[in-house]
Design a protein around this ligand. Structure first.
Ligand code: HEC
Length: 408
């Protein structure tokens, strides 16, 4: 029952999380696009009001004409739209989902005893510290170097080093799948913290100054913009880290930390391409294509690097077993080598997908019905047939189950 309820929670939270993340990232991408696509206003009236840029767009059957005021508008409207709930609800649903799917069952999903043999509360504490400590260090880097000349380059380089160290640590301390997600959650937490601690408070100060008729200190706008630019470069790396859990070839690799870093780097490079492309079309930025090229090249190299060794064909003996034992019960001794070759990778000592472990007779007996269901009926397993199971082997499993699923 507990696992059924957890599965529902997992589904509902994931649904909510994806929806809120779409809303957040969608609006964030839109404003990055808007800012880099603004052109100086043509209308004299707009210029007089202090408009620094405008955009014309057609969407959903209507024409839109947003304008941006350099520092402040002549007066504040009655209704000012703010953008923060998208970010906060993405973080809240994300953290709840992380709790339900990793922290709650830390022993199964977070801990890999071959890496770190800690008890659940230790693993949970360290995982949460990842989120907090990364934010504190990242924020410190921005405070120390953000306002300096060529500060952006220093901040960028230091944050990259910090992300690399965190990825290395996470992959050496936690199960691969959890490590990837944790690094994603860590970056995403800082994105939300940027909104909560810098972008929104800065905007509140700007609004308060305008309402009080006081001059608006441009530093708030500059700082907010800086953090929001960082957020934009985090998005694609975060999304990779969040989705990688469905692709075991990424996080099960012995150098999985390097796979994670390289893929996140590729994501940031591709994002840079999109950021520059908007301004490039207006003749403002340099050529963005080299960034796309670098991103795609890095992904290509990783694809070659992770390519699986060709799978050894099944030893003749077990394939023959199908023919020779027609009508007879299949022994566990015949079944076991197939499971070892095709399933242990994801259901063995190192990794136990969906909490299913198949490297002992007792566990195989326990999961017999499900093994039959997954391998013979729905053919969902082995996952995307990564391990190259043959039809003959599926037939062995079919016959093993139908003749009593013996494990002795
Ligand atoms: C490349 C990794 C991989 C391999 C190889 C693999 N599995 Fe899985 N298995 C998974 C993942 C991932 C899940 C969880 C799927 C999900 O959450 O929907 C899973 C889930 C399962 C489940 C539980 C399904 C459920 O929803 O209750 C069973 C049973 C299972 N696998 C059996 C096997 C058997 C038997 C083999 C070998 C013939 C095998 N798997 C090979 C990755 C793998």
């Amino acid at each position: 029952m507990e696992s059924y309820i957890l599965d529902w929670l997992n589904l509902l939270l994931r649904w909510a999380h994806v929806v809120t993340a779409i809303a957040w990232i969608g609006s964030s991408f839109y404003f990055v696009f808007l800012d880099s696509s603004l052109t100086p206003p043509e209308d004299e009236d707009l210029k007089k009001q202090g408009v620094s840029g405008e955009l014309w767009a057609v969407h959903g059957g209507g024409f839109y004409h947003p304008v941006k005021f350099a520092v402040k508008p002549p007066q504040l409207p009655k209704h000012l739209h703010w953008f923060y709930w998208e970010s906060y609800s993405t973080w809240l649903t994300g953290f709840a989902l992380f709790t339900v799917s990793y922290l709650w069952s830390a022993g199964t999903y977070l801990i890999d005893k071959s890496k770190m043999d800690w008890v659940p509360w230790q693993a949970v504490t360290v995982a949460i510290l990842f989120l907090v400590v990364f934010w504190l260090l990242y924020d410190l880097i921005c405070r120390l170097y953000g306002q300096r000349k060529s500060g952006d380059a220093i901040v960028g380089a230091l944050v990259m080093v910090l992300v690399c160290v965190a990825s290395w640590l996470a992959c050496h301390w936690f199960a691969g799948r959890a490590a990837f997600l944790l690094v994603g959650a860590m970056l995403a937490t800082s994105m939300s913290a940027n909104v909560a601690h810098w972008i929104i408070p800065g905007q509140r100060k700007m609004v308060a100054a305008i309402q009080a008729g006081a001059p608006v200190d441009p530093i708030h706008g500059i700082r907010g913009k800086q953090r929001s630019v960082h957020n934009t470069y985090f998005t694609l790396p975060v999304l990779f880290a969040m989705l990688s859990g469905h692709y075991s070839f990424t996080y099960t690799h012995p150098q999985n930390w390097l796979v994670l870093i390289a893929m996140m780097f590729a994501g940031a490079a591709v994002r840079q391409f999109f950021v520059m492309r908007h301004g490039y079309k207006l003749g403002r930025n340099g050529n963005p294509w080299p960034y796309a090229g670098v991103g795609v090249a890095v992904i290509g190299v990783i694809m070659l690097w992770l390519a699986p060794e060709p799978v050894e064909p099944m030893p003749a003996a077990s394939a023959d077993a199908v023919n020779t034992s027609v009508g007879g019960a299949i022994a566990y001794a015949t079944l076991q080598p197939i499971l070892a070759q095709r399933c242990y990778l994801c259901h063995g000592a190192q990794v136990q997908m969906k909490n299913v472990r198949l490297d002992s007779a007792a566990n195989v007996k326990l999961h017999a019905q499900n093994i039959y269901q997954q391998v013979v009926v729905s053919k969902l397993m082995p996952m995307t047939n990564t391990t190259g199971i043959s039809e003959a082997e599926r037939m062995v499993i079919k016959q093993w189950f139908e003749t009593g699923a013996k494990v002795d």
